[in-house]
Ligand binder design. Structure first.
Ligand SMILES: Cc1ncc(C[n+]2csc(CCOP(=O)(O)OP(=O)(O)O)c2C)c(N)n1
Ligand SMILES: [Mg+2]
Length: 642
């Protein structure tokens, strides 16, 4: 390895490559030139919680303010100053100083997951469900590389996270030392930014910057790598060191110009078939969005990331669009004359064939990230701004007495209502077989659509998106952009930590659940109300669906059961759960589902329900990859020969 401390430091703080470079390159020049001093922005300014005063010295921390303490203690105190109350940390040689320091923190609790991938997805679940920055800590080498999937996931889904890794001592960096990986290099293109700390005095500033970067503008993951000798070095912290991010801060979008917002409203006034296409970027503006819809009467479809940002039981909701979206949502976008794309990125799973997507429509794109504007689809009007401010601004104009506008989209609503009647979401039933969609509908009914839902990746994820009634932002936690199996259980646990007392259900697939099954230990030991509902089809169902449709049902390593005995359910999740001391039940008959889910919800603490479902079921509707609205598949399943 050729990395020297100096080059690594320069590279870590100066270079922006990959996704970061794309975004930076797209920043408008006039914004970059505007230059504002960083000094005025403090860590607490971006933390949703109130500024935290320095905690009083405790017996655990005998030092006076001007006395030296270990770098690891400075790190933990810096986290406290950023309002951190929970971390997800798994120890090792290069991070045990941090763990020792955590035991001295009067305010921070560590939640011990059993795998670093688990803790990092937990930090994501914590952040997604609360809006607060999720923090995970891992040791060097394998600990750090185990964070990689979750960092990539957080970058693609814009989740605010700070990952802290231990690194080998400075003098050993670049020597292929035991458990050395250049994690700054490894994660450069899957973090919003990353740091290698080479001076103990930099810790307060770097932590402050990391939290600011993670949570400001378009949120994302930031990694801070700290060599062990720095964690051990004694120093007196200087807490008021200002952040040094002048370029970044200068490029953060300004409030949207009223003229632009009025231009958008003029387009709304001229349109007859407008549609709101809403994504994860609207997670912080659910209220403003609802008000905007009340004032305009524009129907709303959301992306997978946008579920809950507009209530899916509202008469104007078209539910989800895209590959597995509803017929009526995709119909609306296909027929629209105005598409209001708010906090979205025209992902290929939404657009399919990009030229055919919203081809009759003018497009208004509002997004906080300039790199998204025009990346996949050229908008007619674009506003690079915080969508919350844009919605507030438009609502103010609409409510203004002098310019009060009324819109009449009655015939458009009737046309879409007709589509809803003609093409509702639905599925066939077969005697006592449990349809996975049915199990989710029962869960929805029994939880009144109020639970926080996490998922794995696959068919069960799509059914969970289609059949649960999300009513509020931050209720739906799913690895959307990366599609990382194994996300569900740890993300559910992280959400349970962030939302004490709230029931969290992990609707999981048998394949996905198996990827982080070890976190059953964590939910048992912390007695979290995490309910695991496994839709167990003994297969990698989503891949099976593609095999059925596009590979003449040739099974290529997609059966997860025991080939020697296909009649038994393998592995036996109920027995495994019992080994973790978690109550668990298996259901195989439709008539038992309701009582079983009721029992699961009524049982305090963790619970596992293994729901045996047929593997022949297909997620429908489906627009094949790269297809258009006209290519939508409405029926058929694995019982059909193609
Ligand atoms: C880590 C990871 N590996 C592979 C894939 C590819 N993949 C997507 S869906 C899927 C099947 C998932 O099976 P399961 O969790 O049982 O869900 P099901 O589709 O059966 O509901 C696979 C293998 C992935 N998304 N993530
Ligand atoms: Mg499966």
């Amino acid at each position: 390895m050729a990395t020297t401390p100096t080059t690594a430091a320069t590279a870590a703080t100066a270079a922006l490559t990959g996704a970061k470079a794309r975004r930076a390159a797209a920043l408008p020049r006039h914004v970059a030139a505007a230059g504002r001093r960083a000094d005025s922005v403090r860590c607490s300014a971006v933390s949703p919680s109130a500024p935290t005063p320095a905690p009083p010295a405790t017996p655990l921390r005998p030092w006076a303010p001007s006395e030296p303490r270990k770098g690891a203690d400075i790190l933990v105190e810096s986290l406290e100053r950023c309002g951190v109350s929970d971390v997800f940390a798994y120890p090792g040689g290069a991070s045990m100083e941090i763990h020792q320091a955590l035991t001295r923190s009067p305010t921070i609790t560590n939640h011990l997951f059993r795998h670093e991938q688990g803790e990092a997805f937990a930090a994501s679940g914590y952040a997604r469900s609360s809006g607060r920055v999720g923090v995970c800590v891992a040791t060097s080498g394998p600990g750090a590389t185990n964070l990689v999937s979750a960092l990539a996931d957080a970058l693609l889904d814009s989740v605010p996270m700070v990952a802290i890794t231990g690194q080998v001592p400075r003098r050993m960096i670049g020597t292929d030392a035991f458990q050395e990986t250049p994690i700054v290099e490894v994660t450069r293109s899957i973090t919003k930014h990353n740091y290698l700390v080479l001076d103990v005095d930099h810790i307060p500033r770097v932590v402050q910057e990391a939290f600011f970067l993670a949570s400001s503008g378009r949120p994302g993951p930031v990694l801070v790598d700290i060599p062990k000798d720095i964690q051990q070095q004694m120093a007196v912290p200087i807490w008021d060191t200002p952040m040094s991010l002048p370029g970044y801060i200068a490029r953060l979008p300004k409030p949207p110009a009223t003229e632009l917002l009025e231009q958008v409203l003029r387009l709304v006034g001229e349109s007859r078939r407008p549609v709101l296409y809403v994504g994860g970027g609207c997670a912080a503006s659910g209220e403003e969005l609802r008000r905007f819809v009340e004032l305009t009467g524009i129907p709303v479809t959301t992306t997978l990331m946008g579920l809950g940002n507009f209530p899916s039981d509202d008469p104007l909701s078209l539910r989800m669009l895209g590959m597995h979206g509803t017929v009526y949502a995709n119909y609306a976008v296909d027929k629209a004359d105005l598409l209001l794309a708010f906090g979205v990125r025209f992902d290929d799973r939404v657009t399919g064939k990009i030229e055919a997507f919203a081809s009759r429509s003018k497009i208004v794109h509002i997004d906080i990230d300039p790199a998204e504007i025009g990346k996949n689809k050229q908008p007619h009007v674009s506003i690079c701004a915080d969508v919350k401010l844009a919605l507030q601004g438009m609502n103010a104009v609409l409510q203004g007495s002098t310019s009060k506008k009324t819109f009449d989209f009655g015939s458009w609503h009737n046309e879409l209502d007709q589509q809803k009647k003609e093409f509702p979401l639905g599925y066939k039933t077969y005697d006592e077989e449990i349809q996975p969609q049915y199990a989710i509908q029962v869960l929805d009914e029994l939880t009144k659509g109020e639970a926080i839902i996490a998922t794995g990746v696959g068919q069960h994820q799509m059914w969970a998106a289609q059949y649960y009634t999300y009513k509020r932002p931050r209720q739906w936690l799913s690895s959307a952009g990366l599609g990382a199996m194994g996300f569900g259980l740890p993300a559910a646990a992280g959400a349970a930590v962030a939302n004490p007392g709230v029931t969290v259900v992990d609707i999981d697939g048998d394949g996905s659940f198996l990827m982080n099954i070890q976190e059953l230990a964590m939910i048992r030991i912390e007695n979290l109300p995490v309910k695991v509902l496994v839709l167990n089809n003994q297969h990698l169902g989503m891949v099976v669906q593609w095999e059925d449709r596009f590979y003449k049902a040739n099974r290529a390593h997609t059966y997860l059961g025991n080939p020697e005995n296909e009649n038994e359910i393998y592995p036996d999740f109920v027995t495994i759960a019992k080994g973790f001391n978690i109550p668990a039940v298996r259901v195989t008959k439709k008539s038992d589902v309701r009582a079983a889910i009721k029992k699961m919800l009524e049982t305090p603490g963790p619970y596992l329900l293994d729901v045996i479902v047929p593997h022949q079921e297909h997620v429908l509707p489906m627009i094949p990859s790269g297809g258009a609205f006209k290519d939508m598949i409405l029926d058929g399943d694995g019982r059909t020969v193609y």
